[in-house]
Write a protein that binds this ligand. Structure first.
Ligand SMILES: [Zn+2]
Length: 462
């Protein structure tokens, strides 16, 4: 319980002193905790009559500027502590922490306090603008960072050129805007900060590189398949247990299903291609075929339908029992449950499902492991990665694979060489790049073409 000691109070309107108490009321204020206990101050607050007859504020509540703001329900010192928690850890975590520290406050209130604190950043010079997910896959906003101080400056509610432009206008000192390659932020930056240089950051440059390499691989799919086959043929030749008879067992039901799906994809691609050559845009083609616009674009860019490959999953738990299982398989025991019971007795700790997966995979495989099982041909993504890696760091089969690949598609060798030189920006050593004199050293920049060029390129074909 507390009671103000002063006898007089100042009118907030006219500022004159008065001692004329009008009435009393109880004010409850949350305060700093005491010995781990939540503290509430019950304040006998007073209302005063203004001494000045002319003042339009005839009655006013007593002000206690050092203790609490008008109408606030927490003391200023508690508010400061909670605000510090809010700034350090954010809304919900801050709320949990403050409950532990006996100064409970809700996450929403913390966020309100943070916003009311009116955080005004130091004028930024180099900003980065990118997408930011309010909810992944559903709602996106824009994040703006100060790239010199490595700090988030703001989260904008949407992805909109107008929003970005009006934000940038607030800071006329911005000299460099790092952005993705979409035309939207380019447009926003052009309008909001017309004098700023637009650049792409390292991450987006490398993303572009990855996309470009995958596209290149996609265009040479036949060469990739051929190189994979050449590798397998080579492995089969060097095999000790050569002379594998081609398996008859392989064409199982599952195989048939996969083949029919592959045919479906092929037909679908043929249809897409036909519509495209008749002059239709991906946006018009997609609803007719029943696939997304993105899929149409991707398939067209790659010049064919994708090859789906199933990854062979291998359980480490199974390793010590491989030999036993293989022997039993050869003897004719193909029952997963029976095999599981047997190896369990030998100490296998995994579940029967692991063994079922093994038997299923084993059924599809011709007798005695084929070269494909030991050297699965790389996926498109893996291939792009191989191309961009330093050849010295690759293992021997990968090197031989690339050798085969470059024989059929020498263009890919050039692509790989260019990619490796470009990927220098991954490291800290940027000696090979032209240095912009005013660019910060923390990141690597490349100037982007003017926004108009980018937008027109994006709206057209790749
Ligand atoms: Zn007054």
């Amino acid at each position: 319980m507390a009671r103000p000691k002063t006898e007089a109070s100042k009118c907030p309107c006219c500022g004159c002193q008065t001692r004329r108490v009008h009435s009393h009321y109880m004010r409850r204020l949350a305060d700093l905790p005491w010995q781990g206990r939540v503290v509430e101050i019950r304040l006998h607050a007073r209302r005063f009559r203004c001494a000045d007859r002319q003042c339009r504020q005839r009655i006013f509540a007593e002000r206690l500027p050092e203790t609490v703001r008008p109408k606030a329900r927490r003391t200023s010192r508690l508010g400061e502590s909670q605000l510090a928690i809010g700034f350090a850890v954010g809304g919900k975590p801050g709320s949990r922490l403050s409950h532990k520290l006996a100064m409970p406050v809700s996450g929403d209130t913390l966020l309100r306090m943070i916003r009311a604190a009116g955080f005004e950043p130091e004028a930024p010079r180099v900003v980065g603008i990118d997408d930011w997910a309010w909810r992944k896959g559903q709602r996106y906003g824009t994040i703006v960072c100060d790239l010199e101080r490595n700090r988030v400056l703001d989260l904008l509610p949407d992805r909109n050129a107008d929003t970005v432009a009006s934000w940038l206008r607030r800071y006329p000192g911005i000299e460099v805007v790092a952005r993705d390659r979409a035309g939207l932020y380019a447009e926003g930056a052009r309008r909001g900060a017309p004098d700023a240089t637009q650049v792409a950051d390292r991450w987006h440059l490398l993303q572009n590189l990855g996309d470009a390499l995958r596209l290149a691989i996609g265009r040479h799919r036949k060469a990739v398949t051929a190189a994979g086959k050449a590798m397998i043929a080579e492995i089969a030749e060097n095999d000790d247990d050569a002379g594998l008879e081609p398996s008859v067992e392989t064409s199982t039901k599952l195989d048939g299903l996969r083949r029919s799906r592959r045919n479906q994809r092929r037909e679908r691609y043929a249809e897409i291609l036909q519509l495209r050559t008749s002059g239709m845009w991906p946006r018009q083609i997609a609803p007719r075929i029943g696939v997304s616009v993105r899929t149409v674009e991707r398939w067209l860019a790659a010049g064919g339908e994708p090859e789906h490959r199933r990854r062979t999953v291998r359980s480490v738990l199974m390793d010590p029992f491989q030999e036993y299982l293989e022997t039993r398989w050869q003897e004719g025991q193909h029952n997963g449950l029976q095999l599981w019971t047997e190896i369990k007795r030998l100490g296998f700790a995994g579940s029967h499902k692991t063994v079922y997966r093994w038997t299923a995979a084993r059924k599809e495989r011709p007798p005695s492991s084929p070269p494909e099982a030991r050297w699965p041909p790389p996926s498109r993504r893996k291939c792009a990665w191989l191309l961009s890696e330093n050849p010295a760091s690759l293992d021997e089969p990968a090197g031989r694979f690339l050798h085969h690949l470059y024989e059929t598609a020498p263009e890919l060798s050039i692509a790989g060489d260019l990619a490796r030189r470009f990927a220098l920006i991954r490291g800290d050593d940027d000696a090979g790049l032209d240095q912009g004199s005013r660019m910060p050293r923390t990141a690597t920049w490349l100037r982007l073409p003017p926004a108009s060029a980018v937008t027109s390129r994006l709206s057209g074909r790749r």
